[in-house]
Ligand binder design. Sequence first.
Ligand SMILES: *Cc1c(COP(=O)(O)O)cnc(C)c1O
Ligand SMILES: [Zn+2]
Length: 394
Amino acid sequence: MRSIATMFLTHLSCTSCGLRHEWSALQNLCTACQKPLFAVYDLGAAGRALKREALARREKSLWRYREVLPLPLDIAPISLGEGGTPLLPAACFGAEIGFPNLWVKDEAQNPTQSFKARGMAVAVSMAKHLGATKLAVPTAGNAGGALAAYAARAGLEAHIFMPNDTPRANVIECRELGAHVTLIAGLITDCGAEIARRKEKEGWFDLSTLKEPYRVEGKKTLGYELAEQFNWELPDAILYPTGGGTGLIGMWKAFEEMEAMDWVGAKRPRMFSVQASGCAPIARAFASGASSAVEFLDARTCASGLRVPKAVGDFLMLKILRESRGGAVTVDDETMIHTTREVGAKEGIFVAPEGAACFAALQSLATEGKIKPGERIVIFNTGSGIKYLECYEP
Ligand SMILES: *Cc1c(COP(=O)(O)O)cnc(C)c1O
Ligand SMILES: [Zn+2]
């Protein structure tokens, strides 16, 4: 008799020192070196169990990639219909600036209106499965809303720490979804420090991005979806609005997994990190040739998702930007704000400032010759402008 595996996840591996960790216990950073852990799958078996052609018949959510996600196959996910977002041509905006083959992945169409839903759906599903009851997260805004929603749906407590200048919509959303919200006079890094100080005593499981292994698993589905939507040919360049970098790191992981399963070839998109001029630790480190990023002091930008002065995955991002022969660009707030209206008026999408930053970055990348007319280029609109009304009011 043939035994049926209930999952293809085999273990967790440290992205820096390689130390193996068990997936079956709640894990945060590597116990030896305090760097992020990655989920490792038996991709040979996963690729035999799931053929890419079979995906067309599956439900249109990220759980369609179930064989390469960590939750055992017989456990029901905590889901609100995340993933399966449209990849839209941005032909009008693109034509205007000489890029006829421009696309936007509209992540605002996720539950809670941002791509944070992808990471939280998978992380909360796993945290509940592994026995956590109280979840805590530091957030610049959208991660809080997503955690509040999935924790509520899972019947778990959510403890959310936000800077006191987080967009109002995010704060109200978290409260109305039943979360415990604490506003902190400081940045997301100060919120993270507060959780670290209290989590042991309070019994909280820390869901900070890349400080547990499964938010990146949810966000890697961005890479799977892109490949599927482009009929298994990856684009030439990707522009990603970068805070903690989880989506960028996740997509790169997805490309490697898909190649191992023979779903895509060896071609990789050039990966470009887009940051705000007021908070650009990765762009600064990229320019200086450094392999890790120093904290960006006095960080400020209205694109709250980009207000991450220090990211635990910095070394992974910098490696990807260089390996892919991509780069890093900065955009100031004023440019983001007026680009929002250009995109809105031309494409009918009310983008978040983070998404607008990527549209604005096209121009400088073109001027520097880093992207070329006719290349297939993908922008991520990671959230909705509707959550940022303060930014758009004169
Ligand atoms: C969190 C967030 C980002 C940054 O995402 P990372 O994967 O952490 O780099 C970008 N845009 C929006 C709207 C966000 O909420
Ligand atoms: Zn390690």
